[in-house]
Design a protein around this ligand. Structure first.
Ligand code: ZN
Ligand code: FE
Length: 264
């Protein structure tokens, strides 16, 4: 069974440490900063086995150098982005086998936030009751990443691909943005009672200093406006914002993303 530990970095980043039960080997996801990772690893006498990178932004790759200087290990990352130290370039449908964790991850190409962005999906199995996916800055709890390099249609397709996974998949995104995201979600869909409940829960979690990540994909589908572009409420709200009829899910997504950008 895989277990995942949270390491906080910078203002609101999460770096994920994946282990096989309580084995010492650990896989590090998106180490934007080495210092907090080194602290967590040395405090528990863990053995770094690999680094997984989702995209090229500094807050996801900035710690690779210092970690490799201490612990030489393979670095997996998107083939389509130029990231120093990547030893195992990955593309859509590739499989990553991490021997130290006895675990496989499927690679999804999810462009939108960046052009080469990838996600790592570990399906449920005999030993893992829930699947898990490491999505970087693609899907956030209650929101989605900004479109720095991709088109709205690309991001819509990427999110739609993630949304086909089972509802009990645990979604590990790379930032604690949930509370702010849900404020916008409520503006977009004020009458969604599941969303009201989630906002209340998230506010309580944050007051107690708890992480709101991971979330369940089923929760995202019920409350995240960016996964609800086919729902009548969201279509109506997006058309209200744009002042025109919207004909496809991608058009609705583009309007909702633009709407949130105007408020951020
Ligand atoms: Zn990013
Ligand atoms: Fe980021």
């Amino acid at each position: 069974m895989l277990t995942v530990q949270t390491v906080t970095a910078f203002e609101d980043n999460y770096i994920w440490l994946i282990r096989h039960q309580d084995q010492p080997q650990v896989v590090i996801v998106d180490p934007g900063d080495a210092a907090p990772v080194i602290t967590a690893i040395t405090a528990q006498s863990l053995e770094p086995a690999a680094i997984l990178i989702t995209h090229h932004h500094q807050d996801h790759v900035g710690g690779i150098d210092d970690l490799l200087a201490r612990w030489p290990m393979p670095v997996y990352g998107p083939a389509g982005e130029s990231i120093p130290h990547i030893s195992q370039p990955l593309a859509e449908a590739d499989h990553v086998h991490i021997e130290a964790l006895s675990a496989d991850f499927q690679v999804l190409h999810v462009p939108g936030h960046t052009a080469g962005h990838i996600a790592y999906y570990h399906p449920a199995s005999d030993t893992d009751e829930h699947g898990m996916i490491f999505v970087g800055d693609t899907l956030f709890a209650g929101g989605c990443g900004r479109l720095f390099e991709g088109t709205p249609t690309q991001m819509y397709d990427s999110l739609s691909q993630i949304a086909t996974l089972p509802d009990d998949t645990q979604v590990y995104c790379a930032h604690e943005y949930t509370e702010d995201n849900l404020v916008f979600a409520r503006i977009a869909e004020p009458d969604n009672s599941a969303l009201q409940t989630r906002q209340h829960t998230v506010q309580q979690q944050r007051e107690q200093g708890q992480a709101t990540v991971p979330s369940l994909l089923g929760t995202e589908k019920a409350t995240n406006p960016f996964l609800r572009c086919g729902q009548a409420n969201i279509i109506r709200a997006a058309e209200g914002f744009s002042g025109r009829k919207l004909h496809t899910g991608a058009e609705v997504f583009a309007a909702v993303r633009h709407w949130k950008d105007t408020l951020d």
